[in-house]
Design a protein around this ligand. Structure first.
Ligand code: PGA
Length: 251
């Protein structure tokens, strides 16, 4: 049985003060949620406040991005060790906004994932097709390429320590969620690719989160699919009540 994960990706939202206010409201709401892992990814400047606000809770904090070098002249980047020391346990890698707006490639995703693992972080590696790719019938091909050129470059031991998120780009921030069946089909396909590339055992234990317009009113339908091991939530993770209600939906 794969333990579920509900992760919130705040993107470029929430100052330090907003972060403190969020956890003051959210932490008590999920105090009894022992059935899943809860992760929140604030913007870098709010990480310390998030870590401090969630001390003595079961909520873990994630970075939204990371660079693969240990240190150096890389203006604007942060290293895996910096995230780790700031108190992060997880890091999101290869989100479609990173790929589309900031030009991240599968090769960069692979390097970031390896470096994050080496620093003891758990990467949440995102893959997913655009609307044009889906409409052209290329969903499987795109997901397979992102998997094999990204985390497919890991050793089996490394791969056993990552999480993945399937996030169809057309469903992100659009209010257009994939139906539970569409999401499950992609998750099943990704698992088959993992079985081929690594082993059926790794495919069976890999946790794959679904992301793209997950809301309190669709989480239960999505979680009814046994292929879905949780959710990566953007917009609906910004409000404490709404995110807590998504956590309850993963019970
Ligand atoms: P959304 O974002 O829930 O706002 O669609 C999901 C994501 O980008 O991870």
């Amino acid at each position: 049985m794969r333990r579920r994960v509900i992760a919130g990706n705040w993107k470029m939202y929430k100052t330090i003060a907003d972060t403190r206010a969020f956890f003051a409201a959210f932490s008590p709401m999920v105090a009894d949620a022992n059935y899943c892992d809860i992760v929140v990814a604030p913007p870098f400047p709010s990480i310390a406040a998030a870590v401090e606000s969630t001390r003595n809770t079961k909520i873990s904090i994630a970075g939204q991005n990371v660079y693969w070098e240990k240190e150096g002249a890389f203006t604007g980047e942060v290293s895996p060790a910096m995230l780790k020391q700031a108190g992060c346990r997880y890091v999101i890698i290869g989100h479609s906004e990173r790929r589309q707006i900031f030009g991240e490639t599968d090769e960069m995703v692979a390097k970031k994932t390896k470096a994050a693992l080496a620093a003891g972080l758990t990467p949440i590696v995102c893959v997913g097709e655009t609307l044009a790719e889906r409409e052209a019938g290329h969903t499987e091909r795109v997901c397979e390429a992102q998997l094999s050129n990204g985390p497919g470059a890991l050793t089996a031991e490394e791969f056993s320590r990552i999480l993945m998120a399937y996030e169809p780009v057309w469903a992100i921030g659009t209010g257009r969620t994939a139906t539970p069946e569409i999401a499950a089909a992609s998750h099943r396909y990704l698992r088959q690719c993992v079985a081929r590339r690594f082993s059926p055992e790794l495919a069976a234990t890999l946790r794959i989160l679904y992301g793209g317009s997950v809301k309190p009113d669709n989480i239960q339908g999505l979680m009814a699919q046994e292929e879905l091991d949780g959710a990566l939530v953007g917009g609906a993770s910004l409000d404490a009540k709404s995110f807590a209600s998504i956590v309850s939906g993963a019970m």
